[in-house]
Design a protein around this ligand. Structure first.
Ligand SMILES: Nc1ncnc2c1ncn2[C@@H]1O[C@H](COP(=O)(O)OP(=O)(O)OP(=O)(O)O)[C@@H](O)[C@H]1O
Length: 303
């Protein structure tokens, strides 16, 4: 099994609301997959279906190779789930909470727990209800990372946290991701976090997957192109549909090529800019790709 999580044409309806409308994507072993999309795109629902907190109305979700509707304690011991605003036993102190969690997980790694405590500095004798948002998130992550889950499912874990806390959390996750053959799926609006953490992206829109794949492969297909035109140049009636956000400012035409292949782009440039010299090509960031696609109405990512 190389995919820890597989969604096959999954639909989920809540009464008249379609939260998932045929979503398909995978989270392979060894990957950190970011689940992106505007508010209401279906990210949390997808993760809840994966955890069997909701049943799919149609389609199939496999989690660690099992139909999500059949997963039970055995699988759940290998899955870590942390979501913003998740319920925790508020009256327990962090120490009591970890003491309570430890025997539930045969793979609990005491050394790793100590190491993470050293990094996170969560006040151990304070009840969970008295912790700040960041401290709560750290306590929650501590309680799942310590049993080295095969699949870590995070729903908006960093929203509203200060940059230093986010750094701590990101580092700990990446450290684990390096060591083990495990996988992470993280629903987020935070593109910066995605750029640092994820090697795969899945972008959802209205319950469907609009774009999915390896981050580097995706970025390799994109270039920002700048062409210097002359007075004789006549603007073509149409540009190739894979050229997005085409703009002319003075004698410069700029656009984003979204299906970059060196020779192919050379040919297209010759056709549309026959008289011009070498164009300037630049690689782009994931943030740019998502911004341009959002503008073109292809996807929505939110903030
Ligand atoms: N229990 C529910 N009952 C009714 N509708 C729901 C329920 N859960 C989710 N929905 C609806 O399903 C759609 C998808 O919601 P979901 O929470 O999965 O989106 P999301 O991508 O996680 O959004 P956000 O980024 O705002 O967290 C929304 O229209 C939401 O209102």
């Amino acid at each position: 099994m190389s995919d820890l999580l597989e969604f096959e044409k999954v639909k989920k309806r809540f009464g008249g609301v379609s939260a998932l409308s045929g979503a398909s994507f995978t989270v392979p072993k060894g990957s950190v997959t970011a689940l992106l999309g505007a508010n209401g795109a279906g990210k949390s629902t997808a993760l809840r279906v994966a955890l069997n907190l909701e049943k799919p109305s149609q389609g199939l979700v496999r989690v660690l190779g099992q139909d999500s509707r059949r997963i039970g304690p055995v699988e759940l011991r290998k899955i870590g789930y942390v979501a913003e605003g998740m319920e925790m036993p508020e009256w327990m102190t962090v120490d009591q909470y970890l003491n309570w969690c430890r025997p539930l997980y045969p793979d609990w790694d005491r050394k790793l727990e100590e190491k993470l405590r050293g990094i996170f500095h969560v006040p151990s004798n304070r009840p969970l209800k008295a912790l700040s948002r960041g401290q709560r998130m750290k306590a929650a992550l501590l309680s799942v990372l310590s049993y080295r889950p095969e699949l870590l499912i995070l729903d908006e874990p960093f929203s509203g946290l200060d940059p230093l806390v986010r750094d701590d959390l990101t580092k700990s996750i990446l450290e684990l991701a390096d060591q083990d053959s495990w996988g992470v799926v993280i629903a987020t609006h935070d593109i910066e976090e995605v750029e640092r953490l994820a090697d795969r992206v899945v972008v959802m829109k209205l319950g469907k997957v609009e774009l999915a794949g390896d981050r580097e492969e995706l970025l390799e297909k994109w270039r920002r192109v700048e062409v210097l035109v002359t007075d004789e140049w006549e603007e073509p009636a149409r540009y190739p549909s894979e050229w997005l956000n085409v703009k002319r400012v003075g004698m410069v035409v700029r656009f984003y090529e979204s299906k970059y292949a060196k020779e192919d782009l050379g040919e297209k440039l010759k056709t549309h800019f026959p008289l011009t010299a070498d164009p300037a090509l630049q690689r782009v960031s994931l943030r740019d790709v998502l911004r341009v696609l959002t503008k073109a109405g292809r996807v929505e990512v939110g903030s």
